[in-house]
Ligand binder design. Structure first.
Ligand code: FPP
Ligand code: MG
Length: 299
């Protein structure tokens, strides 16, 4: 499965992320009335549904590339997984993609009913911002820097990022979408959250603009590359394990590019992502490894 592949190069990071997600949700649940248990159960079901943890891995790897300890950014890594998980729960709803399965299991609304699935998504999004505030617990970061992370997440996950992209994804006329339109959707719907994951650590320490631009170029190229790799996987398999058969047509690169053009574009973007951070040296090796895994991913 995908999580094994992404984790293979850095099991320590995946372990850190999974343990933090688990202990943190347990701690959070203890602060809630037992009446809310069904909501917490639905949140946990999707959080532990077998995701690759790509976004939190990017947060930890970008932090280490800047000399920040991985454990100090775990709350932000967890926030990214919360936002990603909420987006998948809502994406699967009948009003959006209407997908019955996710990662080989019933999607949230199939397991818990639509009302609880909608609320589990709402809860994950809201609590993600509470998570970011926990960055303050280690006393490593200045409150103004933590506010910078909140600003970044609001920007990249909201109207100007993922939610805006999702609006276009579900409303576009898929029969004659052009390449620039499809790319605009992908940059927002998928790329914005991946870019935010890479940029979070750049907000947490004083950093010269030139250096933060390297992370931005890496994150932008990787975000688009990831969606192209997703479209390639979709085009190669009529039924993806991760999602099940599609009920609704989606704007995707397959409509405007041949398989070899998609491959070529994916390679170009991965090369640009790696070039952008090359000068950071060994500290950025995990970021390079993630890019290489996306180049050849099979799940
Ligand atoms: C798979 O990620 C997900 C994508 C390629 C992004 C698709 C975008 C959305 C679902 C946005 C939906 C937005 C709203 C507001 C509903 P992955 O392969 O990392 O998934 P994994 O966690 O299962 O590994
Ligand atoms: Mg979708």
């Amino acid at each position: 499965m995908g999580s094994e592949r992404l984790g293979a190069f850095n099991e320590a990071h995946v372990k850190l992320i999974n343990e933090y997600l688990d202990s943190n949700l347990t701690r959070f649940a203890k602060s809630c009335s037992q009446r809310f248990t069904p909501l917490l159960e639905a949140m946990r079901y999707s959080l532990e549904g077998g995701g690759k943890r790509l976004r939190p891995l990017l947060v930890l790897s970008a932090a280490e590339a800047l000399g920040i300890k991985a454990k100090d950014v775990l709350p932000a890594a967890c926030a990214m997984e919360y936002i990603h998980t909420y987006s998948l729960i809502h994406d699967d709803l009948p009003a959006l993609d209407d997908d019955d399965t996710r990662r080989g299991k019933p999607s949230s609304h199939k397991r818990f009913g639509e009302a609880v699935a909608i609320l589990a998504g709402d809860a994950l999004l809201t609590e993600a911002f509470g998570q970011v505030l926990l960055l303050g617990e280690s006393k490593t970061f200045h409150p103004a820097q933590i506010l910078g992370v909140i600003d970044l997440l609001a920007h990249n996950s909201g109207v100007r990022g993922m939610v805006g992209g999702q609006l276009l994804d579900v409303t576009i006329d898929t029969t004659d979408a052009s390449l620039p339109e499809i790319e605009f959707i992908h940059i927002h719907k998928t790329g914005a959250l991946i870019l935010a994951s890479v940029l979070i650590p750049t907000k947490l320490i004083p950093l010269e603009e030139e250096k933060s631009q390297k992370f931005r170029r890496y994150g932008e190229a990787l975000g688009l590359a990831f969606q192209i790799s997703d479209d390639i996987l979709d085009s190669e398999t009529s039924m993806r394990y991760s999602r099940g058969p599609r009920k609704k047509p989606k704007p995707c690169y397959t409509q405007v590019m041949s398989p070899s053009e998609m491959r070529e574009k994916l390679n170009r973007l991965i090369n640009s992502a790696i070039t952008a951070i090359e000068s950071l040296g060994d500290k950025a090796q995990n970021l390079v490894d993630i890019a290489e895994i996306i180049r050849t991913r099979k799940a």
